[in-house]
Design a protein around this ligand. Structure first.
Ligand SMILES: [Zn+2]
Length: 247
């Protein structure tokens, strides 16, 4: 049941066709795991907080640096040196007291990932490196938790939604490991991609619209174009190949 305050707070989304109070109640029951409190994590968590998901856990191991502030909009001048999760928690709490939020300082590894994501309904991939994305992809598939992928580079970004047992996964999409290096980013790119991920999360929870599955959406900010590529579930994929395809 929604409270009087919630009915007022979320009025403009409740009146969206097929959304309704029922959609809002679904959001209120949802538990979302956000892997990363950087650029993508800032955008996704702010919009999911504002939309009224029930519970969020945001995980990161880094501290705020001056060079983060061009894009990681949850972190401000005064936060330099603080843990990103602490800085994020403080801002997000002020946005919406109705959402339960947990901030966990951790480096996601194969050893801790299952424990970290246990009890969560959805995972947002707001990470910045492929090895950790693979770890989370595998855990999401094993635990049957939908994964919402986003990545950025300069003015370009990409997004894809993964439903375990049904759609292509991250490992079907990417092969190998890219070298870890300092990559270029302007803040608007994670904002665009993070909002696409948050849109997908909301649609998935409410159960409306067409998800971004089996297709990779590429945002090209310089030419201002969205392109789309079909991604096929690879039957020999080492992460999802053994899962039985439903539907
Ligand atoms: Zn796969």
């Amino acid at each position: 049941m929604l409270t009087t305050d919630e009915l007022e707070r979320y009025e403009r989304q409740i009146i969206i066709e097929k959304f309704g109070e029922e959609g809002q109640e679904k959001l209120k029951r949802a538990k979302v795991f956000i892997a990363g409190a950087g650029g993508l994590g800032s955008a996704t968590s702010i919009y999911l907080m504002a939309a009224g998901v029930g519970m969020m856990r945001i995980v990161d191991h880094d501290r705020v640096e001056l060079s983060n502030l061009n894009r990681q909009i949850l972190h401000w001048d005064e936060d330099i040196g603080k843990l990103k999760v602490d800085s994020a928690l403080e801002k997000l709490k002020r946005l919406n007291k109705g959402v339960e939020i947990e901030a966990t300082e951790a480096t996601i590894t194969e050893a801790n990932v299952s424990q970290l994501v246990a009890d969560f309904d959805l995972i947002v991939d707001a990470m910045d490196n492929l090895p950790t994305r693979y770890v989370v992809n595998k855990a999401a598939l094993e635990r049957n938790i939908p994964l919402f992928h986003g990545a950025v580079y300069g003015f370009e970004g990409r997004a894809m939604t993964i439903i375990p047992g049904q759609t292509a996964c991250l490992r079907c999409l990417y092969r190998g490991v890219f070298p870890q290096e300092k990559f270029p980013v302007i803040g608007v790119t994670p904002a665009v991609i993070g909002c696409i991920q948050a849109t997908e999360v909301i649609k998935y929870i409410v159960g409306i619209g067409e998800l971004l599955t089996n297709r990779l959406l590429i945002f090209d900010g310089l030419d201002m174009k969205f392109k789309e590529f079909k991604v096929k579930k690879d039957p020999s994929c080492e992460h999802c190949g053994h899962l039985v395809t439903k539907e």
